[in-house]
Design a protein. Structure first.
Length: 366
């Protein structure tokens, strides 16, 4: 950053394109806004937002970006992959600052059937690499102790996810078959992740067959067919492009943000679910599972309804909303207000930019 030039950040994140949701949407939103805030942004992949320089994945592209960077901003999830970029920072003098965005623990791998010894080895490797990390951002309070105690990173900032502000969201160009149906409760996500409760959504449809057959439960995303057998009352739409998913969401009466707990995480459920904030932004009332990090985000009866991870409880909440348009309106207003005031990508990017600048300044003052 010599001579007052803008700071250069190398973002070792997910593929920087607008995918269906989650990590890729987060990456696109943050790096696009970092560029707007005066950073020179380098990211990996094939395409990215305007103003962001793209380099290829692999050792050559990574080394080239590290040589130019004042700070590395590295996404850390269940797999031990992107944080290996930290090792390249050790090769450069003066060394760039390193900030990790910690989204998950290594123990998450155990839910996919990984051998416990392999999981322990991965944790040891991550802890070693964390010695080269200056600061961390985490998506929830539940991950603070993991970053500090398990990884040894002392400077940790909670930066929750968000969505586009309601006024900035263009109407989706795609249309949805849900528009032709009546009262639709929509679940979106990836059932391949064990904590995403597509099975609860499908079983909720089965309960509603007798409780209120006028309700349709729609499932958008990938499911685990060997574990989920859908009744006729559940509409399985499969994976969708981002614009298609937005159309499905806006055609729905209720968004189901349903999860199973994370027993491998000592401090509890640690997600900051993008789909919840996108439902708020789109003006769709939310029913969410009553788990630790979600309990802090959703104010029961004001911005959403909190329910147990139980199909009967979810069905009761859906019927309650169907029969109470005033409650639906209050939840819509509360959700939109929450996005405007806090759960938006502008606030996320401002916090990330502040952490990156602080890491650069601290590294240069050493």
């Amino acid at each position: 950053m010599p001579g007052g030039s803008p700071p250069t950040v190398f973002v070792a994140q997910s593929q920087p394109w607008k995918a269906g949701g989650g990590a890729a949407v987060h990456a696109w939103a943050v790096i696009e806004r970092l560029a707007r805030r005066g950073f020179t942004v380098i990211a990996q992949g094939e395409a990215g937002p305007p103003g962001v320089e793209i380099v290829p994945f692999g050792r050559r592209g990574t080394l080239a970006a590290v040589r130019r960077a004042d700070v590395l901003y590295i996404r850390v999830d269940g797999e031990l992959n992107r944080e290996r970029s930290t090792a390249y920072a050790w090769l450069r003098r003066p060394r760039p600052a390193v900030v990790w965005e910690v989204n998950a623990t290594v123990a998450e791998l155990s839910t996919f059937g990984r051998d416990p010894k392999e999981v322990a080895r991965q944790q040891r490797k991550r802890t070693l690499l964390a010695r080269g990390c200056d600061r961390a951002v985490v998506v929830s309070d539940e991950l603070v102790s993991y970053a500090r105690d398990a990884l040894g990173i002392s400077e940790v900032t909670v930066v929750e996810n968000g969505a586009e502000l309601p006024e900035e969201m263009p109407p989706p160009s795609a249309t949805s078959p849900l528009e032709r149906l009546g009262f639709v409760a929509l679940w979106m996500g990836s059932g391949w992740f064990p904590w995403q409760a597509v099975d609860t959504a499908v079983e909720t449809a089965r309960v509603l067959e007798t409780k209120d057959p006028d309700v349709t439960v729609a499932v958008v995303g990938s499911a685990r067919p060997r574990e989920v057998t859908a009744p006729p009352s559940a509409l399985i739409l499969g994976q969708a492009r981002r614009e298609e998913a937005a159309a499905h969401l806006r055609a729905s009466a209720v968004a189901l943000c349903l999860y199973h707990d994370t027993p491998w995480a000592p401090d509890g459920f640690y997600m900051s679910p993008v789909k919840l904030f996108e439902a708020w932004s789109a003006g769709v009332p939310v029913i969410a599972t009553d788990l630790s990090s979600i309990r802090r985000i959703v104010r029961d009866g004001e911005t959403g309804l909190l329910v147990a991870d139980d199909p009967a409880a979810v069905a009761d909440a859906i019927v309650r909303l169907k029969n109470d348009p005033g409650l639906r309106e209050r939840l819509v207003d509360g959700g939109r207000k929450a996005v405007r005031e806090h759960y938006n990508w502008d606030r996320t990017a401002d916090q990330v930019a502040e952490v990156l600048r602080a890491a650069i300044a601290a590294r240069r003052n050493r």
